[in-house]
Design a binder for this molecule. Structure first.
Ligand code: C5P
Length: 236
């Protein structure tokens, strides 16, 4: 199976959101709404995406006490979101309470529970950070794997992971444990500010389930064609 493309809507206004989703048309069905868009015009953007029958990854990386995260997840249901995330560093208890109570709430409301995933270690943090703050792991890969295990233990569906870590996560935790991978760049595309990028074809080879793609599609001259090319690059 090839990974599903999720287009990152990194905007602070509704107009470019409407324009880009319209231009991309039926070549993509998943969109990511992150902090910038959510804080500026979240409700309008989410309602627009649903009116266009798109799937939504609400990327707000909740990190708070269990009861507060559970409440925030319940509130996200009013937008009909299809994927949500929390911070694994919030701890197993937080993740488990939030996931269990979200599933109960979805049963009560008779709606399908969104996929619940977690961010492990932000890619802006590296080995120097682990050493400086005595985190107790020598490599980011070891720490990411440790956090991913806590995510699975808490009963969530998967993690956001760099392509570099997808392999170790899948082999330790099973292929059903979902990985969502940003930092994707087609061969002919600018890397922008990303440091470690992989091509769509490599992301597929590494076995990730979803790829998050922003600028290679949103800044392309023809976003529809750019999305089609990425899909073609991943083959069947
Ligand atoms: O434009 P570009 O493809 O670089 O956008 C990637 C998207 O994935 C952005 O929304 C960015 O915040 C997000 N992301 C990332 N790296 C991570 C986690 C999220 O690029 N480690």
């Amino acid at each position: 199976m090839k990974p599903e493309i999720i287009v990152a809507l990194d905007y602070s206004d509704i107009k470019p959101v409407k324009d880009i989703v319209t231009k991309i048309g039926n070549s993509v069905s998943w969109y990511k709404v992150g902090l910038e868009l959510f804080v500026s015009c979240g409700q309008e953007a989410l309602e627009f995406l649903k009116s266009e029958n798109k799937n939504i990854f609400l990327d707000l990386k909740f990190h708070d006490i269990p009861n507060t995260v559970a409440g925030a997840l319940h509130s996200s249901l009013k937008y009909g979101v299809d994927m949500v995330n929390v911070h694994a560093q919030g701890g197993v208890e937080m993740m488990k309470t939030a996931a269990d109570s979200m599933r109960e709430e979805c049963t009560k409301r008779n709606v399908k529970a969104p996929l619940m995933i977690a961010v492990t270690l932000l890619t802006s943090l590296d080995e120097k950070y682990l050493q400086k703050y005595n985190i107790g792991f020598n490599t980011t890969a070891d720490y990411v794997l440790h956090l991913a295990k806590t995510v699975q233990e808490a009963g969530l569906d998967g993690v956001v992971s760099s392509a570099k870590e997808t392999g170790i996560i899948k082999s330790a935790l099973g292929t059903d444990f979902i990985t969502v991978t940003p930092g994707i760049r087609p061969l002919d595309s600018s890397v922008d500010d990303q440091k470690r990028v992989v091509t769509p074809a490599d992301a597929k080879r590494l076995g990730t389930d979803y790829i998050v793609v922003g600028r290679p599609i949103t800044k392309a001259e023809d976003p529809y064609l750019a999305a089609c090319r990425i899909s073609e690059e991943m083959g069947k």
